[in-house]
Design a protein around this ligand. Structure first.
Ligand code: PA5
Length: 432
């Protein structure tokens, strides 16, 4: 059984059961399109069965690389942007404090920004450290990653010499089309190959995500087992009373049609910070096409209840919320007993922060509903690799189905080329 539960109690006023049921036939067809690869973007459906089809040889080579990297370095830099960055960052920030392996290198990120100060500070932080780097770029042509790679490769070659550096550089890229692959062969860098049929934002379960996640000490087999469990569950039936990812997609589709064009994903656990960023990319790049698409936004509650909360409660009624919750934290903290009640917290003595946080969630869910904001909730049992693998796969299925329901191809991203064209023209990039 999945460790993810989906709750629609606070959205039922806005979406009737018969509206959900009216989508069933279409959902069945679209599910078949996904499984039989007969829908839009079918050349990018490799992610659908990554959990069940990833060969154990990939785990073996990632785990042997993990051992070598842990032995060699105390700082590991992942260079990538978008789908070649966010999955790993999300998993590492969600899980590293509960990781199973200790003495792992500190993980740094580069290439996700062109901020000069960020890279200068990173290079300074790496001085005096034992460093390994991993360029992750499917195309091998992404400007931000290429710039960061050049900076870091030079840093490595100055520090270790060309040959020494080549033993500390790993490249994760597509084998056939990427020019980085040729460079890796020439320089003798260790390489991992990304499947052609998996797009960046769906690649967290490929070596793009798995290698850095393993190096952070997270159990990648457990992580993938979680995803596998959900793959099986969500593949076997498209029935909206059984398939909660598709039910979530159905709500999203119907709420969007009713003018709820913004989805605010609000987490009550701070470790979700980059999971929210990963989710926003998944939604934005997959669904935002043809003048359609939910605008994905995120919030950290209760922090943002003291800022955005006002807008949510009483502003333009064009949003719905999805609460992202964890049933229990890894560490329990209780409000201690005290003889003095000067802070007025006597009524909370002996209560855990989880208990109080849960009441904050319930309080917000009912208040926002009263204010005209339908809300859904997705709850994980615990903060673990197994649960996170489940969640990633759950969202991928839900977003693919929402995209199909609205008639767009969820697996391409033609829109992101526009800014690049202008930027390259302004930079006088020679045409190829
Ligand atoms: O989801 C996507 O396809 C994008 O976000 C890419 O992952 C991102 O642009 C980076 O591309 P690449 O891996 O080719 O460097």
């Amino acid at each position: 059984m999945m460790d993810i539960s989906f709750n629609d109690d606070y959205a039922k006023e806005f979406v009737s059961n018969s509206e959900i049921c009216s989508l069933q036939e279409n959902v069945d067809h679209l599910h078949a399109d996904l499984e039989k690869k007969t829908g839009q973007g079918s050349e990018y459906l490799g992610w659908l069965h990554l959990p069940s089809r990833t060969p154990s040889s990939l785990f073996d080579s990632i785990l042997s690389t993990q051992n070598e990297i842990i032995r060699k370095c105390d700082a590991f830099v992942c260079i990538g942007i978008g789908g070649s960055y966010l999955g790993a960052r999300a998993a590492i920030s969600f899980l590293s404090s509960v990781a199973s392996k200790e003495d792992t290198p500190e993980i740094y990120f580069a290439g996700h920004t062109m901020c000069s100060d960020y890279h200068a500070e990173l290079l300074r932080a790496l001085e005096g450290r034992e460093v390994c780097i991993n360029l992750i770029s499917k195309s091998g042509t992404t400007l931000e990653s290429a710039i960061a790679f050049r900076l870091l490769r030079n840093f490595m070659e100055k520090k270790y010499g060309k040959e020494g550096a080549s033993r500390r550089i790993i490249v994760t890229t597509e084998s056939k089309k990427s020019m980085i692959n040729d460079l890796a062969k020439e320089e003798g860098y260790l390489s991992f190959h990304l499947p052609e049929d998996v797009g960046g934002r769906f690649s967290v379960l490929t070596s793009a995500g798995l290698l850095p996640i393993a190096i952070a000490g997270i159990d990648i087999r457990d992580f993938m087992d979680g995803a596998l469990l959900v793959e099986k569950e969500l593949t076997k039936s498209s029935d909206l009373s059984l398939n909660t990812a598709y039910l979530y997609a159905a709500y999203r589709h119907l709420l969007f049609q009713k003018g709820k064009t913004i989805e605010l994903m609000a987490a009550f656990h701070s470790s979700f910070e980059y999971v929210l960023e990963w989710w926003k990319q998944l939604v934005g790049e997959s669904e935002g096409k043809g003048g359609k698409g939910i605008f994905p936004s995120s919030a950290h509650y209760t922090t943002d209840l003291h800022s955005l909360g006002q807008r949510v409660q009483e502003g333009t009624r064009n949003l719905f919320e999805t609460f992202l919750l964890v049933e229990k934290s890894s560490k329990v903290i209780e409000i201690e007993r005290s003889n003095f009640d000067r802070d007025g917290l006597g009524y909370l003595e002996g209560k855990s922060l989880d208990f109080i946080n849960e009441k904050a969630y319930k309080g917000s869910a009912t208040a926002h509903l009263e204010g005209g904001v339908p809300n859904l909730a997705i709850t994980l049992k615990e903060r673990s690799a197994h649960n996170l693998g489940q969640l990633f796969y759950f969202f991928e299925r839900a977003v693919a189905m929402t995209g199909y329901l609205s008639g767009v191809n969820p697996f391409d991203q033609p829109g992101v080329e526009f800014y690049k064209r202008n930027m390259f023209r302004l930079l006088n990039k020679p045409s190829q």
